[in-house]
Design a protein around this ligand. Structure first.
Ligand SMILES: Cc1cc2nc3c(=O)[nH]c(=O)nc-3n(C[C@H](O)[C@H](O)[C@H](O)COP(=O)(O)OP(=O)(O)OC[C@H]3O[C@@H](n4cnc5c(N)ncnc54)[C@H](O)[C@@H]3O)c2cc1C
Length: 389
C-alpha cells in the first residue's frame, strides 16, 4: 500500500486519514474536498449562528495540521469520476490521481427545492452558516412585527432552524409534508408531544402540505401553500433531508442502494475500496441489517474503524450510535435503527404529556429507540441494543 485517496474531508474522511497516519508514517495520503475549508464541525454550526461560539471555534483542524501530518488536502476540487479497474480518480481540474486504496467519505447530498432567491437557506456547511448569520442580522433590523421566518421540513435540520428563530425572537411557521415531526418514524403520541412543545413556544405548524411556492423574485418575501394561504418571511430555512448521489457512484461501478453498500468491515465489493460516514450503507452487526446513519459519532467511529482495517487490524465495525437534539428545552435522542418500516414492532414505553419513549424491535430484539423529554433511559437502551437482547 503506497497511496491512499480519500473522497471527502468531513469528519469520516479526516478521522480515517488521522488514524492511518498514527499507524503508518510512510503511506502517501490525499484528501479531495470540494469545499474550501479545513475540517470543521457541522454539529457546532447552529451554535455559531446563534452567537454562542465564535466562528473560529467551528474549525477542528488548521492548514498546518495537514502539512504536519503529510496529508495532501486538495480543497475546492471535486471528484468527478473514478476508474476502479485502473485505480485512479478524475478531478474537476482534469487531474487523474492514482490510488492503491480508495476511501469514499463523501457524505450525503442535500435535498433542495425549486427556486433560489436570496433568503432561501440550507444549513449544511460553514458557508451556509455565514450566509444565515447575515440574513438574521438583516431580519433583526426590521420592525418587530416584521421579523418572520418559515421552515420547510420536519427533521433534524428543520428543528435547528426552529431553535435558531426562537433564539432570536423571530416568529416562525413550519411547513411539513407529513403529519408532524419525523412523521414516518414517530408514534402519534410522540408527534403530539413535539407539536404541543412547538405550539407552546409560539411556532405554527402547517402539516400534510406539498412543497410551498417561494414568493419573491430576487429576495424571499414569503411562501404560498397549496391552499393559497401566504406565509410572509424574509428567511426560508429548508431542511428536507439528504440522499446519496446514486448516479455518480453507480456510473463508477459502485453498488448503491440508499447509500454505498459495504459489509461490516466497511468494505465495498471492490478490493481496497471502502465507504464510511453518512454516505455508507453498511452492515450493522448490532441490528443485523444494512443501514445508513447520518450522525457525527457514526461517521467519526467509522473513520477510526476503516483505518484499523486498512492498517491490518481488520475487525467488524461495532457501534450503537445516536443523535441527540432538542426542541427549545426539550431533549430528543434517536438511538440505533429507528426505521419504522423495517421494525416488526414498535412499543410505546413512556407516554406522558411532556415525554415519549418508543422502542423499535425486530425478530424479538430491541434495535432502536426514540426518547423525547425524559431521556434518562438513554444509556440503558443503548446497552440493551449492544447486548442484542
Ligand atoms: C447543521 C448540522 C447540524 C448537525 N448536528 C448534529 C448533531 O447535533 N449530532 C450529530 O450526531 N450529527 C449532527 N449532524 C450530522 C453530522 O454533522 C454528520 O452526520 C457528519 O458530519 C457526517 O460526516 P461525513 O464525514 O460522513 O460527511 P460530511 O460531513 O458530509 O463530509 C463529506 C464531505 O465530502 C465532500 N464531498 C462530497 N462529494 C464530493 C466529491 N465528489 N468531491 C469532493 N468532495 C466531495 C463534501 O463537500 C463534504 O465536505 C449535523 C449536521 C448539520 C449539517
Amino acid at each position: 500500500m503506497e497511496n491512499i485517496v480519500i473522497l471527502g474531508g468531513g469528519i469520516a474522511g479526516t478521522t480515517a486519514a488521522e488514524e492511518i497516519r498514527k499507524k503508518n508514517a510512510d503511506v502517501a495520503m490525499t484528501i479531495i474536498e470540494q469545499e474550501h475549508h479545513p475540517l470543521y464541525s457541522r454539529v457546532l454550526l447552529p451554535h455559531y449562528v446563534k452567537g454562542k461560539i465564535p466562528r473560529e471555534k467551528v474549525f477542528l483542524k488548521t492548514w498546518e495540521w495537514y502539512e504536519k501530518n503529510r496529508i495532501e488536502m486538495m480543497t475546492g476540487v471535486r471528484v468527478e469520476s473514478f476508474d476502479i479497474p485502473n485505480r485512479f480518480v478524475r478531478t474537476s481540474e482534469g487531474r487523474e490521481v492514482p490510488f492503491d486504496v480508495l476511501i469514499l467519505a463523501g457524505g450525503g447530498e442535500l435535498n433542495v427545492i425549486g427556486g433560489e432567491p436570496r433568503g432561501v437557506s440550507y444549513l449544511r456547511g460553514v458557508d451556509d452558516a455565514d450566509e444565515l448569520v447575515g440574513l438574521l442580522k438583516e431580519t433583526l433590523m426590521r420592525p418587530e412585527g416584521d421579523r418572520r421566518g418559515v421552515v420547510y421540513g420536519s427533521g433534524f435540520i428543520a428543528l435547528e432552524y426552529i431553535n435558531i428563530f426562537k433564539h432570536f425572537g423571530i416568529s416562525c411557521d413550519v411547513v411539513m409534508r407529513g403529519r408532524g415531526f419525523w412523521s414516518s418514524v414517530l408514534s402519534d403520541h410522540s408527534q403530539t408531544v413535539l407539536a404541543k412543545k412547538a405550539l407552546d413556544g409560539g411556532t405554527l405548524l402547517h402539516t400534510n402540505e406539498a412543497e410551498p411556492t417561494i414568493l419573491g423574485e430576487r429576495e424571499v418575501t414569503g411562501v404560498k401553500l397549496v391552499s393559497g394561504a401566504e406565509l410572509p418571511c424574509s428567511i426560508l430555512g429548508v431542511g428536507i433531508g439528504m440522499h446519496s448521489d446514486q448516479s455518480f457512484y453507480r456510473d463508477c461501478g459502485i453498488d448503491i442502494d440508499r447509500g454505498i453498500m459495504t459489509n461490516e468491515y466497511l468494505e465495498t465489493a471492490h478490493p481496497s475500496v471502502y465507504a464510511i460516514g453518512d454516505g455508507a450503507q453498511f452492515f450493522d452487526t448490532n441490528v443485523a441489517r444494512h443501514v445508513v446513519y447520518g450522525n457525527w459519532m457514526n461517521a467519526q467511529s467509522q473513520g477510526r474503524a476503516v483505518a484499523k482495517t486498512i492498517c491490518g487490524e481488520r475487525m467488524p465495525f461495532n457501534l450503537v450510535s445516536s443523535y441527540a437534539t432538542h426542541l427549545f428545552d426539550m431533549h430528543i435522542v434517536f438511538i440505533g435503527d429507528v426505521d419504522r418500516k423495517a421494525a416488526d414492532e414498535v412499543k410505546q414505553i413512556v407516554a406522558t404529556d411532556s415525554s415519549s419513549v418508543e422502542e423499535f424491535y425486530r425478530k424479538g430484539k430491541v434495535v432502536g429507540a426514540v426518547l423525547i423529554g425524559d431521556i434518562s433511559g438513554r444509556a440503558t437502551i443503548t446497552a440493551r441494543i449492544a447486548a442484542r437482547e
